[in-house]
Write a protein that binds this ligand. Sequence first.
Ligand code: IMP
Ligand code: MG
Length: 173
Amino acid sequence: MKPSKAPLIGADAIARRVAELADSISHDSCGRELLVVPVLKGSIIFAADLVRALSVPLTIDFVRARSYQGTRSQGSVEFLVPLSEPVSGKHVLVVEDIIDTGRTTAVIMDRLEAGAPASLRLCVLLDKHEARVKTVQVDYVGFEIENHFVVGYGLDYEERFRELPAVHLLEDE
Ligand code: IMP
Ligand code: MG
């Protein structure tokens, strides 16, 4: 399997959209400090760009969860890295690379909600709306995409292709 030659979403389009998302998030945050929670590993590139475009004070902490092997979403979700700080009373912004079935994100949001944050919002770069089996409230969406497997800008296929600057479809060799 390999990334498509032409990107599905180019680096410039991503950069423009990230700036728009950051403006909306900053505006909605009304100057309140955010705890930004990127979901490892897929969201690191997106989160790195997003936090640098936000204009509110913030701290960063990570969670890691996984429901995928290869290109198939697994039924069960593994929670691998819990947060290092409590979220109680904080304004939490979860940053995800992609929401597909919604299972992984639902588990993460439930865990965080249980920690009694002051507010809890979710920002995803990509939304594969058609594939959803679990309802999750998504507050900020970069791009809606069709139900294809994509790589690049943090997203992997078997841990590869995260370093690509744009989002590509995954194709047969
Ligand atoms: P969900 O639990 O089915 O919503 O899957 C969410 C997770 O699966 C994401 O955080 C990604 O790590 C992974 N994932 C889903 N679709 C893709 C894709 O097209 N490319 C790469 N990873 C994906
Ligand atoms: Mg992944």
